[in-house]
Write a protein that binds this ligand. Structure first.
Ligand SMILES: [Zn+2]
Length: 319
């Protein structure tokens, strides 16, 4: 989306920030301008077994090199899997970052650079990237939902990221949709994620075919599910339709609760399966009050693979 006021602004006067996206397998860092342009980026393995200090060393080294290119960096944003204590700047206990538990990441980065440092959770970073770079000039209230192997979400309310107490707001994937549904990865029964994520739909497909005594190939992936569904295989089509319908119900509950203007859908499944996205968008109004129905807009995520560090940088740029 083109924002007129920023086109008038010369690129020389635009703010720049560093964004860091910490994941269980890799860490990505980017130098990002406030119009969303990535000026420099790098990616390296997290090496969780090696502990956080070796990763910190690499981060500091690279960020130092960014300061030589761009001395006017206004701050450093960090996106990390939760749970986090974002106020104290501590990584609490993300399951895929075992050796980082309790690590005072913000303090470590801050003592190296003496600049503004902000820590947010990774789903919030992706959500805020979509809001800040694509929609902030038009909307103030947005729900972001990402659908891939799991389902995550983020909330932008009154133009600001809403994080909740332990950066746990927007966990749309773990809203309870049924009292005796499938088991979710989180240990609860009947979460939205267990119905509508890639993993959830594959499990449902397998169970359905087995109950019909039809073969299920263990090598099949989500792609096979959607392809077979599209080509008229009844069971696959039913599973996709049901997954889309549960997702629409989950989204509609969030919409009824928060009354946003915009719902942005992202994640591997939404981006690869436009018909799934359409099914969801068409089904949401079935579960909404009339006045909510009239005012809701849907969009597909457009910040791509760098949304993680771009959103972390945006958290600093927005202040
Ligand atoms: Zn769950």
């Amino acid at each position: 989306m083109v924002r007129k006021k920023e086109l008038r602004k010369g690129t020389m006067t635009m703010k720049v920030a560093v964004g860091i996206d910490i994941g269980g397998t890799k860490i990505a860092i980017g130098l990002v301008r406030e119009d969303g342009k990535v000026l420099k980026e790098i990616e390296f393995p997290t090496n969780v077994d090696g502990g956080p200090d070796q990763a910190l060393e690499k981060m500091i080294q690279y960020i130092k090199s960014l300061y030589t290119v761009e001395p006017n960096i206004i701050g450093i944003g960090i996106g990390s899997p939760g749970p986090l204590d974002t106020k104290a700047g501590i990584v609490l206990e993300p399951p895929n970052l075992q050796s980082w538990h309790g690590y005072p990441l913000v303090q470590k980065i801050d003592s190296a650079f003496r600049t503004k440092v902000k820590l947010i959770n990774d789903a919030d970073a992706a959500a805020f990237a979509e809001y800040y770079y694509s929609h902030r000039s038009v909307y103030s209230h947005m729900i972001y939902v990402t659908v891939s192997t799991g389902i995550g979400g983020g909330l932008i309310l009154n133009g600001e990221l809403y994080e909740g107490v332990l950066s746990g707001a927007g966990e749309i994937g773990h809203m309870s949709m049924a009292s005796n549904g499938p088991l979710c990865g989180c240990g609860k029964i009947g979460c939205l994620e267990a119905f509508s994520s890639g993993t959830g739909m594959m499990n449902t497909w397998k169970k359905k075919l087995e109950s019909l005594q039809q073969p299920f190939d263990p090598d099949w992936t989500g792609k096979d599910l959607f392809e077979q569904g599209a080509s008229g295989e009844t069971t696959a089509a039913e599973v996709v339709k049901s997954g889309a319908d549960y997702l629409a119900r989950g989204i509609s509950q969030a919409v009824q609760l928060l009354n946003p203007e915009l719902v942005v859908l992202g994640g591997g499944i939404v981006l690869a399966q436009p018909t799934f996205y359409q099914q969801v968008v068409q089904a949401v109004p079935n579960y909404l009050l009339d006045h909510h129905k009239r005012n809701i807009v849907f969009a597909i995520a457009e910040q791509g693979r760098t949304a993680g560090f771009k959103g972390a940088a945006a958290a600093v740029l927005a202040e």
